[in-house]
Design a protein around this ligand. Sequence first.
Ligand code: GRF
Length: 207
Amino acid sequence: MLKRIGVLLSGRGSNFEALADSVSAGRIPNAEIAVVISNKPGAPGLERAAARNIPARAIPSKGLERETYDRQVAAVLHEYKVDLICLAGYMRLLSPFFVAAFPQRILNIHPSLLPSFPGLESQKQALDYGVKFAGCTVHFVDENLDAGPIILQSAVPVLDTDDEHTLSQRILKDEHRIPSRKNHLGRELQNRRPPRDFRTYVILLRQ
Ligand code: GRF
């Protein structure tokens, strides 16, 4: 039986595309993307999903209380019999209701080496702080912002010449490569459980 992935996004959806490419190429075996949902009706990620013949649903969040909204999203994910949820640029904090509805089955990708720089503009936060390495993190999601057991990380150098754009681009390249790490992410996707001992896998992609 194929594991069914539900993707939640709010924007352009490049991480969704990387995930979809890895699924179609078999780098994440025995999986399919069952549905893509956006809280922003105009999100380009929805068009990208539709272009791949993946069901794409807009569920506008504007004006709705967090849990009321999350109940609508959970209902659609249940309708599509989703086994696992990937947040791919989903710009909303999840309610405790939602997290409890899918225990240890929600993954997020965040453009920093968590627990440093959670929240918005993490690349700018990294530059402002002056760190010499930045990167991205895939983690299981709990009800706190950009928190939960870490599954994968990828580190990139911060160059003296970097601005927010150049650093974001370097990190994004690794974000897109992470779903290809089938021996790691693929395994977590299949097992739907955190890695043993919640161990952090530090993936130095360049070595
Ligand atoms: C990515 O940097 C992701 O890590 C962050 O939001 C951005 C979304 O980009 N959470 P995209 O919509 O996947 O292109």
